[in-house]
Design a protein around this ligand. Structure first.
Ligand SMILES: [Zn+2]
Ligand SMILES: [Zn+2]
Length: 264
């Protein structure tokens, strides 16, 4: 029997329908899995309200630390045991949906991601969108009985104007999440190329390209959006740390301009 009724904000606790307020961990990029369940226990005014912390990954409940009562702990355990698979699925969906909403609604400047500036600007490291925005929609395509996840990586070097993403197809059902193929995708020209220095994948490029185009809505526009959003956050974080534009870059610019002038 289901215990959780999220539509009317109630959970059965101690055999009673108890009003509950759910909330999630407030850190934007944190994936700790915490749902906080605030119960208002009107029949037990000494406790007033209690907060349980449910970890949706481990399916474990941590009780309000104010409560030091082993009898109560037993009740909490009983409550957890009474949650059906359906209940846990509902709570997991709630967690994921709320995290996604939180991530979309938060101003970009509040996103706490810490970039490795040296890796990105000196070593040309491309950054995976999902690493920075872990609650973004997962891109998946299916071919026959196979399901492939698409992962996109972007160049954030401020002095580079490329419009290409590094796109990986990953078979999550294979051992060690095998990368089936890797491409460089220019989202402006909608052109695909093999990533230099990698062996062509086991599936032909046109097949994978068609899968992405047909099964991911607005694939190229979404790639562009991802790139833009990452660049935006990168610029914000960079200016917070180093100021808006470094003198070094200005000097470089001037040098370039001088070169141009000389050519004329
Ligand atoms: Zn958290
Ligand atoms: Zn670039």
């Amino acid at each position: 029997m289901d215990v959780v009724n999220l539509t009317n904000g109630k959970i059965k606790f101690n055999e009673q329908d108890v009003p509950v307020e759910l909330s999630i961990c407030p850190k934007i990029d944190c994936d700790c899995g915490s749902i906080y369940m605030k119960f208002v226990l009107s029949k037990n005014p000494s406790l007033g309200e209690i907060v349980l912390d449910l970890d949706v990954y481990e399916n474990e409940i941590y009780a309000d630390p104010r409560i030091d009562d082993s009898a109560f702990d037993d009740k909490v355990q009983k409550f957890l045991d009474s949650l059906s698979g359906n209940d846990l699925a509902k709570l997991f969906d709630y967690y994921w949906t709320e995290k996604a909403r939180q991530s979309v609604e938060a101003p970009i400047s509040e996103h706490p991601y810490v970039f490795d500036f040296k890796e990105i600007e000196k070593e040309g490291y491309m950054l995976q969108y999902g690493t920075v925005f872990p609650f973004a929609d997962i891109w998946a395509v299916t071919i026959g009985s196979r399901r492939l996840i698409i992962s996109d990586y972007h160049c954030l070097n401020p002095s580079c104007v490329c419009r290409e993403a590094h796109v990986e197809f990953i078979d999550m059902e294979s051992p060690e999440d095998k990368v089936v193929a890797v491409f460089l995708v220019d989202y402006d020209n909608q052109s695909w190329n093999f990533q230099p220095h990698t062996a062509p994948g086991e599936m032909p490029m046109p097949v994978l390209q068609a899968l992405a185009e047909n099964q991911i809505p607005d694939f190229y526009r979404q790639l562009e959006e991802h790139h833009k959003k990452l660049r935006q956050l990168y610029a914000v974080r960079r200016s917070q740390l180093f100021g808006s534009s470094s003198t070094k870059n200005k000097r470089k610019k001037n040098k370039k301009n001088r070169k141009k002038n000389r050519k004329k």
